[in-house]
Design a protein around this ligand. Structure first.
Ligand SMILES: NC(=O)c1ccc[n+]([C@@H]2O[C@H](COP(=O)([O-])OP(=O)(O)OC[C@H]3O[C@@H](n4cnc5c(N)ncnc54)[C@H](O)[C@@H]3O)[C@@H](O)[C@H]2O)c1
Length: 423
């Protein structure tokens, strides 16, 4: 398929699947791909979108069951795109691999470490490794900065910090039946949260920077300590304070929240012996050296979905030797997320007298504000100060969790649901 467009099948039409459909229109106009088939259990509900995406003109076949779609069209496909709810990823990935179709899988692959191991084993049988599309690994400036880090230009990397604040309206958590949930009705782990879902990219990025054993290496973890909180009326958490140590002895500090109304930021910060690098995702990076010199670069335009499709197509064509993130590369991310739950033990609801709902006139959404949270996140990042005890009503302290604790996640989550879910 050297110069011919990549033939694509996609599962899903709504939610983030819509961004893939938009990207596929652009890729088709560039003669990079051709959409053969699409499915959604509620395909009829997306009639307007199908018209906008010109399915009839493009000859796209529509199904309501992905297995029927693969039975009918699987033999024609060069890639299967899976931007569906996280708990469906494993079975859909397996269906693609068993039919010999390379898989482009939305991040996170799963948030269940046992399921991830099964997916990794399944992928070992695949003709082409699955891409897990964490958006930012393919960024060229990121790749070249990582090479410079590994070459020792900035001295030893000893600490990495992540500061992400993305306001999310209360409606975000009612958009589907799995948002903000810890566990499904079938007892399966969901663990949906800012860390597990929307901000997963940045956590995976931090593990990428701190994977000091090679250019395409993600750090394994030695230990994790975390405190989890919620302002939204959800089963899970919307605010994470996480401290960790990697196997290569880099310290991590991660502060994430959806419980804010205005300020948005996404900053990755690397503290090296001779420089501090601030990588402001979507904007620029800045390197401040110990000798006082500063290097600043604007990040070039980046279309995360289109560019990730193109990068995966290059791998499928044999022009590169691996996808940016494989399933096995997602292991540290899935582990840090699980160990955060084991460590925190309980999710603390922010005290009512410190929270308020703010209406944004631009989108008419309702956003939670927590008094003192911005300062607490800053103190944690800059000084390592934990909010507990005292700040937000949390009394029990978290415990250090290590990878041997991973099997405890399920019990911890069940205790959280039994004792700590909001009324
Ligand atoms: N890369 C990014 O920037 C980015 C951004 C947002 C979401 N995501 C990821 O995209 C994935 C989907 O998230 P979402 O919030 O859009 O989910 P969602 O719940 O909105 O579902 C997405 C689509 O899957 C369809 N679907 C549900 N069940 C299905 C089934 N049995 N068969 C076929 N289709 C089915 C839904 O109808 C919908 O069209 C997740 O993995 C999420 O983390 C990635």
């Amino acid at each position: 398929m050297s110069d011919t467009p990549v033939r694509v099948g996609i599962i899903g039409m709504g939610g983030f699947a819509g961004a893939h459909h938009q990207a596929l229109l652009k890729l088709e106009s560039l003669r990079q791909s051709r959409l053969v088939c699409a499915c959604d259990p509620r395909a009829d509900a997306f009639a307007e979108q199908q018209a906008k995406w010109r399915f009839t003109d493009r000859g796209v076949r529509v199904f309501t069951d992905y297995r029927d779609m693969l039975d009918a069209c699987g033999h024609e496909l060069d890639v299967l795109v899976i931007p569906t709810p996280i708990t469906l990823h494993a079975e859909m990935h397996r269906a693609g691999v068993e039919r010999g179709i390379p898989v482009y899988l939305e991040k996170p692959p799963t948030l269940d470490p046992d399921e991830l191991e099964a997916m990794i084993a399944c992928d070992a049988q695949a003709k082409k490794a699955t891409l897990v599309s964490f958006n930012f690994i393919i960024e060229k400036p990121r790749q070249s900065l990582k090479a410079r880090l590994l070459a020792g230009e900035f001295g030893r990397l000893h600490e990495a910090r992540l500061n992400v604040r993305w306001p999310r309206a209360t409606s975000y958590f009612t958009r589907n039946d799995w948002a903000g949930r810890l566990q499904g009705a079938d007892g399966r782990l969901i663990l949906d949260s800012c860390m597990g879902n929307a901000m997963a990219h940045f956590v995976h990025n931090l593990l990428y920077w701190t994977g000091v054993d090679g250019q395409m290496n993600w750090a394994d973890l030695r230990q994790v300590r975390a405190e989890l909180y919620r302002a939204h009326r959800i089963e899970g958490a919307d605010t994470f304070f996480v401290q960790a140590a990697t196997a290569g002895d880099v310290a991590l500090r991660i502060a994430l929240t959806h419980a804010c109304s205005a300020e948005t930021c996404q900053v990755e910060e690397l503290h090296c012996a001779n420089a501090v690098i601030r990588y402001v995702v979507g904007s620029h990076y800045e390197i401040r050296r110990a000798d006082g010199t500063v290097e600043r670069e604007q990040l070039p335009p980046f279309d995360s979905v289109v560019d990730n499709h193109l990068a995966y197509y290059r791998y499928l064509r044999g022009e590169t030797d691996r996808p940016a993130t494989r399933l096995v590369d997602s292991r540290p991310f899935v582990h840090i997320n699980n160990l955060a739950y084991v460590s925190t033990g309980a999710i603390t609801t922010f005290p009512a007298d410190r929270t308020s709902l703010v209406r944004n006139p631009q989108d008419n959404g309702e956003y939670h504000e927590v008094e003192g949270l911005a300062a607490a996140l800053n103190d944690f990042l800059e000084k390592g100060t934990w909010p507990s005890p005292g700040l937000f009503g949390r009394t029990a302290s978290s415990r250090l969790a290590t990878p041997v604790d991973l099997p405890a996640t399920r019990d911890v989550v069940e205790r959280m649901i039994a004792h700590n879910a909001p009324a």
